[in-house]
Ligand binder design. Structure first.
Ligand code: G1P
Length: 293
């Protein structure tokens, strides 16, 4: 088998963001800032650093601001150039050059599986990455983003792969949980995959963590999967069905997941990334120390 490289990514970003009302009513949660850039820009940067050159964003009615953010702003570039604001100009131009970005609309919220089905025509017959647009995932080794680690596993073993993080037992019912056998340190071959199980039914405490690389065969399974948890079409259920035909691997990564759709993680992410920005890190550290007494 000659492995197909993973070139395309899908970023679902259509969900309402009900956990973050009222701000998410008019501001897409994917556009909330971490320091000075929206969450979804970090997600795009991870994809690009993983070798992705083509990105399809799945959006809905109230998500126009995402399109605006990635739209070239020629007038603003001229303004910055005239004022000699070269650093800002280069930042804008870099954003434009990241990848080819496309959009498709999900008319009705029908679950993550339903969202992914809207990518079918665009993706065609090649493996593709899925990065949830409201979640930033960082790795301890910044040269090995999670999506790259998953693409490597799929290019070696075929099939599909998901990023995994261990969660406390009390939280397994919030995630897709994967059970399997370790084939190499940190890489599991899945034997079961369940969406949001009760703790007593969970095959492990290994939770799917917002990143996937999927075989294009997933689309046929999505078309034939009945609605699952919450009356929605669940990607996990379609993957559990695909797993009977093709390998599914789970990759445990060393790093952190910042789910911006949740208030506490949003604030933590701003502190985490703020402490890494040379222009504000020292002042922020001082302020935090003062607050803590
Ligand atoms: C989705 C998936 C779930 C996964 C989670 C975090 O759930 O359905 O399997 O563990 O994302 O990546 P949601 O958070 O949208 O309810």
């Amino acid at each position: 088998m000659i492995a197909q490289p993973v070139r395309k990514a899908v970023i679902p970003a259509a969900g309402y963001g009900t956990r973050f009302l009222p701000i998410s009513k008019a501001v897409p949660k994917e556009m909330l800032p971490i320091v000075d850039r929206p969450v979804i820009q970090y997600v795009v940067e991870e994809a690009v650093a993983s070798g992705i050159t083509d990105i399809l964003m799945i959006i809905s009615r109230s998500k126009r601001a995402i399109e605006e953010h990635f739209h070239p702003a020629v007038d603003l570039e001229v303004e910055l150039e005239q004022k000699g604001r070269i650093a800002e100009l280069e930042d804008l131009r870099r954003l434009q050059s990241l990848a080819r970005i496309h959009f498709v609309w999900q008319p009705k919220m029908g679950g993550l599986g339903d969202a992914i089905l809207y990518a079918r025509d665009h993706v065609g017959n090649e493996p593709f990455a899925v990065l949830l647009g409201d979640t930033v995932v960082t790795t301890n080794d910044a040269t090995r983003p999670v999506t790259r680690q998953l693409a490597d596993v799929v290019e070696r073993f075929g099939g599909s792969a998901v990023a995994l993080q261990e969660v406390p037992e009390a939280k397994v019912s919030r995630y897709g949980i994967l059970g399997g056998d370790e084939v190499e340190p940190g890489i599991l071959r899945a034997t079961s995959f369940v969406e949001k199980p009760k703790p007593e039914d969970a095959p492990s405490r290994l939770a799917v963590s917002a990143r996937y690389v999927l075989s294009p065969r997933i689309f046929d399974h999505l078309l034939n999967t009945p609605k699952g948890k919450g009356g929605e079409l669940q990607l996990t259920d379609a993957m559990a069905s695909l797993m009977k035909e093709e390998a599914l691997h789970g990759v445990r990564y060393d790093g952190a997941r910042h789910d911006i759709g949740n208030k506490l993680d949003f604030i933590k992410a701003n502190v985490h990334f703020g402490l890494q920005r040379p222009d504000i890190a020292d002042a922020l550290r001082e302020h935090l120390a003062e607050l803590m007494g």
